[in-house]
Each structure stands twice: as structure tokens, then as C-alpha cells.
Write a protein that binds this ligand. Structure first.
Ligand SMILES: C[S@@+](CC[C@H](N)C(=O)[O-])C[C@H]1O[C@@H](n2cnc3c(N)ncnc32)[C@H](O)[C@@H]1O
Ligand code: SF4
Length: 444
């Protein structure tokens, strides 16, 4: 079979890329559902896994085939979820199928991070893991509805550190609790204690996510305590300095001298699996979220792309500058190289404003975020999450009608998702019909 024709549209997706991509693979099954989690997932057992995993293999083969023909290996592999470690044999198979020049990373649920299972992941070829510890305090884990206790979180981190080139630990802090309540003060103390414990273990990266309350999850909406969030993160930055870590992005702190790594930013990536998205430079593609819709598209011989947003040079440069800023430094030269003057012009304008407002400083051709810049960017990140990501995901989650709406599932009520003028404008300006061979975007 000629390259790129395993699924109609795979070569079209790869043709949109302006540079080699990282591969992202989504495994949307979890043994139990955490009430705060906004991602595309289903409870294992509510939906059969086999047909999904077969469709996934087919999509992966098609996309790998098309990417390899044009660019060779992927720049990295990241397997996320959901809980990918429910399927160790699928993980080993993915390493075989996806030729990768850089890091291979996988998200690991703490209860799955036993020395034997971690050794198996390393033997399969993974050299980076992200441990979803969230906290080392039982009351916090209970409030979050996590399927493990603090001991399991601690054991997982201790077992992982030193077994992989990069070990990331995910922590969540809920600062949206009423600011002056004893519960809020206790939560912040517990969080700072958790961060310090992680730094002392020698973990390579500690990700400190402020809890985002997606309206369609059972956690519902709540006002964020902006200043309190800034204060907590600057306390983390201070702790980091004292304990041999540095801030490498708005929400990540890395051990000095640890290899460059970030769990959530890749310049270009192709997403495979239900709920995965792809960023090609000038386009953003989103796969079907519903497993039935995803499997049906693949069974019909099409890439399972459900939505396409054409960003163009201006939007692509803004998107890339946004993620560069998330990672602490904007590089105008890479933006000019990728997008020409159209993309670089507005970035220069914003830079002048950012410099005047004390948000960035020039450093060897880069524009580095100042501590104040990190605070402002933190607020911007939250605005993007609620203004763009939540409305999109709420729409996409409707495809789960069969599962998510069942009273027993209760993990998504898409009708309660936020929406608003920013989303309306972004969508109106950028949404296009999906690629040839794929189903046209369903407008809702
Ligand atoms: C795909 S998720 C989970 C990976 C894995 N299934 C687990 O739970 O350990 C990746 C990370 O996103 C973070 N996360 C999930 N929901 C969040 C929310 N509502 N707000 C902030 N961070 C969140 C968590 O720290 C989580 O470890
Ligand atoms: S946080 Fe992790 S384990 Fe919990 S529902 Fe989300 S993906 Fe599944």
C-alpha cells in the first residue's frame, strides 16, 4: 500500500506540518474517574477497550507512515490519558511502532508505579515518566477523589526517581477555596510541604498545577483567588531557589542541571487517539472525543479529525509565542523564521508593551519573563483555559452522550461548560471544514 493511504487524510494532516513533529497518543480509560478531571476519558468497563485499541493502532500506523515518509522519525513520543499504564503491552507496542528520535514519556498513576512495572516501562524504551501524585496529604487526595493515598504517592515518586532520565511529579493546589478560610490556609501549607518533599527527593521536574474548575465536571465553577495563587507560586519559586531548583515554566520547577524537558509544550505535534489534538504550525486539529465516533471514522478509513482551526501565520505565531512564554522565554528569531514578518510584527509590538510593563526583559536575543511576567502569564493561562479550552472540550464531550450523561457516570455535563464571546470570535475566525476524506466538522 502506498504511504499515507492507510487512512484517508493522514498525508493531508502531515502536509500541514512545517517541521517534524512530536507524537502524542491518548489512552482514554481510567479505573475510576476523578471528579476534577476535565480530560477525555471513560471508566474502564463502561466501554469496551479492544475496539478502541484496534482503531488506535490503525490511526497510529497511518500517521506514522505519512510522517516517516516526509520527515523521518518523530521528535518525541508522549503517551497520556486517561491512564495509559492500564495497558502495558500497548505501551511497549507503541514504542515499537512510533519511530522517535527524542524522549519517550508516559503518564503513570501512582498505584501503577511499582518498581517492577517501572522497570518494564524502562525496558520497553520509555525514558521519562510523569507521576500523577497530586499530593502527599490524605485529606487533599480525598477531597480530589483520587484512587490512591498519600503513601502510594510517596512510594511512586521514590520508586521512579533515578530509574528514568526524567521524572516529573504532578501536584495540584486548590487556591479557589475561600481565601481566608482555615481550609484554604491548610491546603496551601500542605501544598508547600508537598513541593519541598518533592524537591528533596531529587525529582527532575515538579509540576504545580492550580486546580482548574471546568464547569462540566462535578467540581463545578469557583472564583480563583488570583493574588493568592501568585503568592503561592512565588513561595514555590523561593523554595526552589533554596533547594537547587529553577523555574522553567509558569507551572514547572526543574532540578538545576536536569535535562531539558516539559510535559505539556511541544512546538509541533500530531495527536493520535480520541480526544487528542495536533498542532502543525498554522493549524490546530482536534480528534473525535467520543469513542464510538472515533472508532467509526477509523472503521470508515478516515483519519478521525473532527475539528480544524486554521490559525494562519498570525494565529500560528501568537500560539507559538504563547507557549514559548509559558516556558519562560520568547524567541523572536524562531517566530520570524517560521512565520515571516506577518507573524513576528505583532509579537514585536507586544514585546515593547511587555518590556515597558516590566513583564519581560531581554537576555541574549530572548525575552525572558520576569517574576511579574510569570504572574500575568499565569492569569492569561487561566483565561485561555476557561475562554477557549473549556468551551471546545464541552462541545466535544457531547459525543460521549451515551456514557457521560448516564447518571452513574456523572463525570461530564457538557451543557454546564463555559462559553463566551472569546470562544465565539476565535471559532468564527478560524474554524474550517476538516480535511479531505474526513467528516465535516459538526457544528453545535
Ligand atoms: C492527564 S492528567 C492525569 C494523568 C494520570 N491519569 C493520573 O491521574 O495520574 C495529567 C495531569 O493533569 C493535572 N490535572 C488534571 N485535572 C486538572 C485540573 N482540573 N486542574 C489542574 N490540573 C489538572 C493533574 O496534575 C494530572 O496529573
Ligand atoms: S486525573 Fe487521571 S486517573 Fe483521574 S480521571 Fe483524570 S485521567 Fe483518570
Amino acid at each position: 500500500m502506498p504511504v499515507g493511504t492507510l487512512l484517508a487524510g493522514a498525508a493531508d494532516v502531515v502536509r500541514l506540518l512545517d517541521a517534524p513533529a512530536g507524537a502524542y497518543v491518548h489512552v482514554p480509560f481510567c479505573s475510576s474517574i476523578c471528579p476534577f478531571c476535565p480530560y477525555d476519558k471513560v471508566r474502564l468497563g463502561d466501554v469496551p477497550a479492544m475496539p478502541y485499541l484496534e482503531a488506535l493502532r490503525r490511526e497510529v500506523d497511518a500517521v506514522v507512515d505519512a510522517h516517516t515518509a516526509r520527515f523521518g522519525s518523530f521528535t518525541s513520543l508522549y503517551v497520556g490519558g486517561g491512564t495509559p499504564t492500564l495497558f502495558p503491552e500497548v505501551l511497549a507496542d507503541l514504542v515499537e511502532r512510533v519511530p522517535t528520535a527524542g524522549r519517550r514519556a508516559v503518564e503513570v498513576l501512582p498505584t501503577h508505579a511499582t518498581p517492577a512495572r517501572l522497570d518494564a516501562l524502562a525496558a520497553a524504551g520509555f525514558d521519562a515518566v510523569s507521576i500523577g501524585a497530586q499530593s502527599f496529604h490524605d485529606p487533599v487526595l480525598r477531597r480530589l477523589g483520587r484512587p490512591h493515598d498519600a503513601d502510594a504517592s510517596r512510594r511512586a515518586v521514590l520508586a521512579a526517581v533515578g530509574r528514568f532520565a526524567v521524572v516529573d511529579v504532578d501536584l495540584i493546589v486548590d487556591v479557589a477555596l475561600p481565601g481566608s478560610s482555615p481550609a484554604a490556609a491548610t491546603a496551601v501549607r500542605a501544598f508547600l510541604d508537598d513541593v519541598a518533599w518533592c524537591f528533596e527527593t531529587g525529582a527532575d521536574q515538579v509540576s504545580t498545577y492550580p486546580l482548574m474548575r471546568f464547569g462540566y465536571t462535578p467540581f463545578g465553577v469557583a472564583r480563583h483567588a488570583r493574588r493568592r495563587e501568585h503568592a503561592v507560586l512565588s513561595q514555590v519559586a523561593e523554595l526552589a531557589r533554596r533547594l537547587g531548583y529553577e523555574r522553567r515554566s509558569v507551572w514547572t520547577f526543574n532540578r538545576l542541571g536536569s535535562p531539558p524537558y516539559t510535559s505539556i509544550t511541544r512546538r509541533r505535534f500530531l495527536g493520535m487517539g480520541a480526544g487528542a489534538s495536533s498542532v502543525t504550525g498554522r493549524d490546530l486539529l482536534v480528534n473525535h472525543f467520543g469513542l464510538a465516533a472515533y472508532e467509526a471514522a477509523v472503521a470508515a478509513g478516515r483519519v478521525p479529525v473532527a475539528r480544524r482551526f486554521h490559525l494562519g501565520a498570525l494565529g500560528g505565531a501568537a500560539y507559538e509565542a504563547f507557549w514559548q512564554a509559558y516556558a519562560g522565554a520568547v524567541d523572536p528569531a524562531t517566530l520570524t523564521a517560521a512565520y515571516g514578518l506577518v507573524g513576528a510584527g505583532p509579537v514585536r509590538g507586544l514585546t515593547a508593551v511587555g518590556r515597558a510593563a516590566g513583564l519581560v526583559r531581554s537576555d541574549d536575543g530572548l525575552l525572558r519573563l520576569t517574576p511579574r511576567g510569570y504572574d500575568v502569564f499565569h492569569d492569561l493561562e487561566r483565561a485561555v483555559t476557561y475562554g477557549l479550552i473549556e468551551p471546545l472540550w464541552a462541545q466535544m464531550l457531547r459525543e460521549h452522550g451515551d456514557v457521560a450523561m448516564q447518571p452513574t457516570a456523572g463525570w461530564a455535563r457538557p451543557a454546564r461548560g463555559r462559553s463566551g464571546p472569546v470562544w465565539w470570535l476565535a471559532r468564527t475566525l478560524t474554524e474550517r471544514r476538516v480535511l479531505d476524506g474526513a467528516r465535516p466538522a459538526e457544528r453545535s
